[in-house]
Design a protein around this ligand. Structure first.
Ligand code: TRP
Length: 336
C-alpha cells in the first residue's frame, strides 16, 4: 500500500504558546521523525489574511512559527516544510475548486455562521457586515491546501473538522464531474486531553489573551506562571489535581512518574507558590535548549527564509505537475 500522506497547516496570526506546543507542535514534530509517514507542514499565511489585517503581525508570526518548529527539531529531510504563499499553484487550485463548490455548502461553514450570528446578536441590520470573501471562502483555500498534495490524513483540532469534510465533499464533486483526479482526505482529530487551559483557567488561546508563549524569556516565563489562577487553599491543605491548571500544565510536560510525584505532593498540601516554582523550573529546563536555538533563528531570519524556500521547491515538485494534470482535466490545455 502507498504511504499515507499527512498534511497540517498553521495559520500565521500569533506567537506559538505552550498550548500550541502540547496540542499540535510536539505531536507534529514526532510525526515528522516517523519515516513511515509522508508529511507536509506549512505556514498558512494566506489564511492569516482572513483573520487579521496587520501586515507586521503576519510577517512576525510567520518567522516565529517557522523558527519554533525548526528549533524544536522538525525533520525537514523527511517532512516537507513550506510557506503557502510560496506555492502559486494553491490559489490557482482554489479558483478551480470554487467552480465545484456549492455556495450553499459555504453558507453552512461554522466559522461563517458564527460571524453572521455575532452580527445578528449585535443588532446589525446587515448579517454579513464586515465579513470578507476571504472568511467566506476560507474552506475552499483550505481544500486547495489539502488536495494540492493528495493528502490522505489531515490532523486538525475539532474546530477544523468540518473544513476537512468540506474539502472531501468538494473533491468528490470534482471527481464526479471530471473523473478520478483528486484524492479524498480524512480528518484526524486530536484528543481533547491535549487542550491546555490558560492563565485564567479558560482554554489557552490567543483570542483570550491568556497564553504563555512557548519561548518566553526566562523572566517573563516565571512572571506568567506566577499569574496562573489557583483557588484559595492554604499551604498544608490537601489539594485536588482535578481542575488545577498548574497540574495540567505540569503533566503535559512531565513523565507519568514525575507527575505521580507531584500528585502526591498535592495530597500533602503543597503551597501554590511552591508549585508555581516547581512548574516554572520544570518548563524552563525542558524548553531551554530549543529556546537558545529559537533565539538564534529569530536573529537570523535569512536562514529561516532559506529553509522555507527549500521546502517550497520540494513541494512544487508535486504541485506543478499535478496542477497541470488538473488543468488538463478541466479543459485548460495547450492548444497544440
Ligand atoms: N485553518 C487551519 C487552522 O486555523 C489552518 C489550515 C489552513 C489548515 N490550511 C490547512 C489545517 C490545511 C489543515 C490542513 O487551524
Amino acid at each position: 500500500m502507498d504511504r499515507e500522506i499527512y498534511l497540517t497547516g498553521i495559520t500565521t496570526t500569533g506567537t506559538p504558546h505552550i498550548g500550541n506546543y502540547v496540542g499540535a507542535i510536539r505531536p507534529g514534530i514526532a510525526a515528522s521523525q516517523d519515516l513511515q509517514k509522508h508529511n507536509y507542514y506549512f505556514l498558512a499565511d494566506y489564511h492569516a489574511l482572513a483573520k487579521a489585517g496587520d501586515p507586521d503581525r503576519i510577517a512576525r508570526s510567520t518567522l516565529e512559527i517557522a523558527a519554533s518548529w525548526l528549533a524544536l527539531g522538525l525533520d525537514v529531510e523527511n517532512a516537507v516544510f513550506y510557506r503557502q504563499s510560496d506555492i502559486p499553484e494553491i490559489p490557482q487550485l482554489m479558483w478551480i475548486l470554487s467552480s465545484m463548490t456549492a455556495k450553499g455548502l459555504m453558507n453552512r461553514a461554522h466559522s461563517y455562521k458564527a460571524a453572521v450570528q455575532a452580527n445578528v446578536e449585535g443588532g446589525s441590520k446587515d448579517p454579513d457586515r464586515g465579513i470578507t470573501m476571504a472568511l467566506y471562502g476560507y474552506p475552499i483555500l483550505m481544500a486547495a491546501d489539502i488536495l494540492m498534495f493528495k493528502a490522505t490524513k489531515v490532523p486538525v483540532g475539532r474546530d477544523q473538522k468540518q473544513h476537512v469534510e468540506m474539502a472531501r465533499d468538494v473533491a468528490q464533486r470534482f471527481n464526479h464531474h471530471y473523473g478520478d483526479v483528486l484524492v479524498l482526505p480524512d480528518p484526524i482529530i486530536g484528543d481533547d486531553t491535549a487542550v491546555l487551559a490558560g492563565l485564567d483557567g479558560r482554554k489557552m488561546s490567543k483570542s483570550y489573551n491568556n497564553t504563555i508563549p512557548l519561548f518566553a524569556p526566562e523572566k517573563q516565563l516565571r512572571k506568567l506562571i506566577m499569574k496562573i489562577k489557583t483557588n484559595s487553599l492554604e499551604p498544608g491543605e490537601p489539594k485536588d489535581t482535578e481542575d488545577s491548571v498548574l497540574f495540567d500544565i505540569y503533566r503535559a510536560f512531565a513523565t507519568p512518574e514525575e507527575t505521580a510525584v507531584i500528585a502526591a505532593r498535592y495530597d500533602e498540601g503543597i503551597a501554590w507558590g511552591e508549585m508555581k516554582q516547581v512548574l516554572f523550573e520544570y518548563i524552563n529546563e525542558h524548553i531551554k535548549p530549543a529556546r537558545d536555538e529559537y533565539e538564534r533563528l529569530i536573529s537570523d531570519p535569512g536562514e529561516v527564509e532559506r529553509q522555507l524556500l527549500q521546502g517550497a521547491e520540494r513541494a512544487r515538485e508535486v504541485s506543478v505537475p499535478y496542477l497541470g494534470k488538473i488543468r488538463d482535466a478541466i479543459g485548460i490545455r495547450p492548444l497544440g
